[in-house]
Design a protein around this ligand. Structure first.
Ligand code: SF4
Length: 312
């Protein structure tokens, strides 16, 4: 609705209510009580002018669960008529009414971690995070040298790049084969991450395991120099890797190369435990060990006491 239309409507709406319509409170109350349950129509609250000879009477709603709601009964009168007639009766929220939260579509309500086993999460056909993996737009024409060369290589490697739709191919290709290169480029998948999808993923990961986190700020060294960092491929591999330190805070997570934690492999190498000295065997002397107490003093008799040990 344009501002001009609003203004013209406002101008047409009379400021003072039609006297007969404003006085038809009894008619309005009867209509409200007919629509509502018995005893839930409360005090008359106010009269709202809707137009020429059209007013709405508002009554309190006393029904539990409808705090602040009001019964709105609109009455009208024809020009030069003396009889006021009922227009409509409806329950409307007042300014301090208790209202349900605004409805949000499920796709906007979904939060990370909401998916459970067996759940299916449909992806929008126009999802900005994805783009076609293979459009065929830059495919070389059939008579070009490039396409012949490509066909020969495919035949030689017995690759599966031409069998059916790319999305139907599920077998993992051998490393280094043409099919694996096609896989890397996204040719075997119907859709791949778009630039937008890459950026949003990178932002998300940086937020959780990036250089600005408290853990990284207090870390002795960044992940890039940590032995527990597993490199990842693709363009994201230039900025991220996977942590494989089971005692670290990011085990199994994608971490920024600038992230870090106290579990860094080189930060604090444990000192080796001291090695005990090897035992010394002295075979040149006899150690006297007590076996039983001496009969008179209660002390123990030494081994070999009173025996000839054969020493001259
Ligand atoms: S152990 Fe710590 S420093 Fe090493 S990769 Fe994992 S998070 Fe990074």
């Amino acid at each position: 609705m344009s501002a001009a239309t609003t203004r013209s409507r406002t101008q047409r709406t009379p400021r003072t209510p039609d006297r007969l319509c404003a006085e038809a409170i009894g008619l309005a109350r009867a209509a409200a009580e007919e629509a509502a349950a018995p005893g839930v129509v409360g005090e008359h609250v106010e009269v709202v002018v809707e137009g020429d000879r059209v007013v709405t009477h508002l009554f309190e709603c006393k029904e539990l669960g409808y705090r602040g709601w009001r019964w709105a009964v609109t009455v009208a009168r024809a020009s030069r008529a003396k009889v006021v007639t009922l227009d409509e009766t409806v329950l409307l929220p007042g300014p301090d009414a208790l209202l349900a939260p605004e409805w949000v579509p499920w796709s906007e309500r979904l939060r990370p971690g909401d998916m459970g086993p067996g759940d299916l999460l449909p992806t929008d056909a126009e999802d900005l995070r994805l783009e076609p993996g293979y459009s065929g737009e830059d495919e070389p024409p059939p008579n070009s040298v490039l396409s012949e060369d490509m066909a020969e290589r495919v035949e030689a490697e017995d690759a599966e790049v031409t069998a059916g739709s790319p999305a139907d191919l599920t077998v993992t290709p051998a490393r280094g084969s043409l099919a694996s290169i096609a896989d890397e480029l996204g040719l075997r998948r119907a859709r791949v991450l778009s630039r937008y999808g890459l950026h949003t993923a990178a932002d998300r990961w940086e937020e959780s395991y990036g250089p600005k986190t408290a853990m990284a700020q207090a870390a002795p060294a960044p992940c890039v120099s940590c032995g527990f960092l597993v490199p990842i491929g693709g363009s994201l591999g230039q900025a991220f890797g996977v942590c494989a330190n089971e005692f670290g805070p990011a085990d199994g997570r994608v971490v920024s190369l600038s992230y870090g934690c106290g579990g860094h492999s080189e930060a604090a190498v444990m000192p080796k435990p001291p090695r005990p000295a090897p035992p010394v065997l002295d075979e040149t002397r006899v150690d006297v060990l007590p076996l039983r107490p001496a009969p008179d003093s209660g002390s123990v008799l030494p081994v070999g006491a009173g025996e000839d040990l054969g020493h001259s």
